[in-house]
Design a protein around this ligand. Sequence first.
Ligand SMILES: [Cu+2]
Length: 157
Amino acid sequence: MHSLRRTRLTLVVASVALLAACSSAAAPPSAAVSVTDAWARSSSATASAAAAYATITNAGPTADALVGASSPAAATVEVHETVAMGSPAASGGGMMGMQPVARVEIPAGGSLELKPGSYHVMLIGLARDLAVGDTIDLTLTFEKAGPITVKAQVRAS
Ligand SMILES: [Cu+2]
């Protein structure tokens, strides 16, 4: 009788350990950073690149940083910032360009909005045209929180 009881106890302990392993594997490395409202701009047949946007919130006590992005929808995915081109002295200003950025900090308790005219994710070498209503997977990689994959809805420009 005694030995049977011990076996049962061992089984219970084993299944609790399994459950714990499962839930830690399913949860992201850090729940502090979340990505919401992800969307991408629809692309025309002539364009091979499109921009994607999202809101990143850092609810944690320490700063984190966006350090990269990827998507099965494009060959290359970069984090870009929109910048004013040319010198301030140049006439007829207002030309905007963009450049890759390696790291964008998200302060503790703060947020970063990827939006038109600011930081954005650039999908370069699209696998196919992005039509309004499509959904693509977008993975944002953070220094501390690691990769977070979200669904980005394709919207009209
Ligand atoms: Cu860009």
